[in-house]
Design a binder for this molecule. Structure first.
Ligand SMILES: N[C@@H](CCC(=O)N[C@@H](CS)C(=O)NCC(=O)O)C(=O)O
Length: 428
């Protein structure tokens, strides 16, 4: 990392003047987010590992108003602000979405890539990213906001939200007041995610199971795909650090029942330089051509078992929605109606939920299909899916890819559009 002395003058940010007043150092990149946000954690761990010099800027209410919304058109964190020259080349001073952020830096700093060399391992890493980004949100949100956990950690949650909103230090009471106002937006998401008392119980069991299976994995491997971190680790680190290790209730469970998982969280965040059964890789070490660990499927299988039917039904619902809407050139809304899904927990518990249909994971599936699940690699990926997860999972993945392909989503200016049918048909 370059040094980031606070007395340095703000970097020239004329392309994003509104942002300049929030910058304190000359670090070329600014990462705007908050500590308790899981996508911020993913981007931060990635940038730290790649040794990309950045200044963290808290996403306070002022920063949302002056920087995030005007520069991205949406209110998501994290965002990365680029230095002027790069902003010109990129066509925008800000990047939102952790996948776009990682794509940007991987292209600019290609040494020590975070995607493994073999197409099969790249597919596995992107599959883990899909599960982490789009499905672990359920376990993460249940263990922050759901019953009975929220009642036991309410003060922590509101204070965290409040502290994240203050640009300057304030009192604890003031933080709680502000936190309640901003945090309610997230608390209200529970019904649209299908989190209720009944499904909360299943999600609780899923967390315990995930910790048990990950512990078995970390007994044998330092990172998710082997001896060094890759995209899969950064993606899983998001929910595991920002929600599940940091929040008091799930964090205590993690430390008490799954110390090896906690050690991995510390390794990934760079806060533990020497502890841990597995030790630490030096920053920037990249995965070699290693076989996929057997233990990967242990923890991934139950998550895929629930997620793949949801993706299939999302593809069908999105296709129907798109075929009926009057203006095909309009961006897609964040959610389009509701659908039914099933959650499982060992040793055989099951619950049905109603949840919002959110098309965004179809864009992720499409990226996987365009980048790695294609051409000659399909055979090896299918063979791995069948062996590690069963024929049914392999077949369902194929259906999901075809469904997402029919929908054909692209992301422009931080929103999703349906790709023009003619361009899309030419690709299929
Ligand atoms: N897919 C995005 C998601 C970013 C995201 O959902 N961030 C959360 C905080 S962890 C957020 O800002 N949510 C606001 C909302 O959902 O309205 C990414 O990878 O960056």
């Amino acid at each position: 990392m370059l040094s980031q002395s606070p007395q340095d003058k703000p970097a020239d940010m004329s392309s994003s003047l509104a942002a300049a007043k929030y910058c304190r150092t000359r670090a070329p990149y600014k990462l705007i987010g908050v500590e308790m946000s899981f996508f911020t954690a993913k981007a931060k761990a990635y940038m730290r590992w790649k040794q990309i010099p950045f200044e963290p800027i808290v996403a306070s209410a002022d920063v949302y108003r002056d920087v995030i919304v005007p520069l991205t058109g949406v209110s998501y964190i994290p965002i990365v602000l680029l230095p002027d020259e790069e902003a010109k080349q990129h066509g925008s001073p800000a990047i939102q979405d952790t996948k776009d952020i990682i794509d940007y830096f991987e292209a600019r700093y290609p040494s020590n890539p975070v995607l493994p060399p073999s197409p099969l391992a790249r597919f596995a890493a992107m599959l883990v990213e899909l599960v982490a980004d789009e499905w672990l949100i359920l376990i993460a949100m249940q263990w922050r906001w759901g019953a009975p956990h929220f009642a036991a950690q309410e003060k922590w949650v509101w204070t965290q939200f409040g502290s994240g909103m203050f640009a300057e230090p304030g009192t604890e009471d003031a933080a709680i007041d502000v936190g309640k106002k901003s945090g309610k937006h997230f608390q209200r998401m529970l019904p649209s995610l299908g989190i209720t008392a009944a499904s909360g119980y299943i999600l609780d069991q899923q967390y315990h199971h995930l910790l048990r299976q990950l512990s078995q994995h970390f007994e044998k491997h330092a990172y998710l795909l082997g001896s060094a971190p890759c995209l899969a680790d950064f993606a899983l680190y998001g929910p595991l650090y920002a929600h599940l290790a940091r929040d008091p209730v799930p964090g205590t469970v993690m430390r008490q029942t799954a110390p090896l998982v906690f050690e991995w969280v510390e390794r990934m965040g760079g806060v533990s330089d020497w502890s841990g059964l597995r030790g630490c890789e030096r920053a920037g070490a990249a995965l070699g051509d290693e076989p996929l660990p057997d233990t990967l499927s242990l923890w991934l299988r139950p998550l895929l078992q629930d997620l793949l039917p949801v993706l299939l039904s999302t593809a069908t619902a999105t296709e129907t929605f798109l075929s009926k809407r009057p203006n095909p050139a309009a961006p897609l809304p964040r959610s389009i109606g509701t659908h039914r899904a099933v959650l499982h927990a060992p040793p055989g518990d099951i619950v049905e939920i109603d949840r919002a249909v959110m098309p965004s994971p179809l864009w992720m599936v499409e990226r996987i299909a365009q980048r790695v699940y294609r051409d000659d690699a399909v055979g090896a990926c299918d063979a791995w899916l069948a062996e590690a997860f069963g024929e049914n999972t392999k077949d369902m993945w194929g259906e999901v890819v075809r469904g997402a392909g029919r929908v054909g989503l692209v992301r422009r200016r931080n929103v999703l559009f349906q790709e023009r049918q003619s361009e899309h048909a030419a690709k299929l």
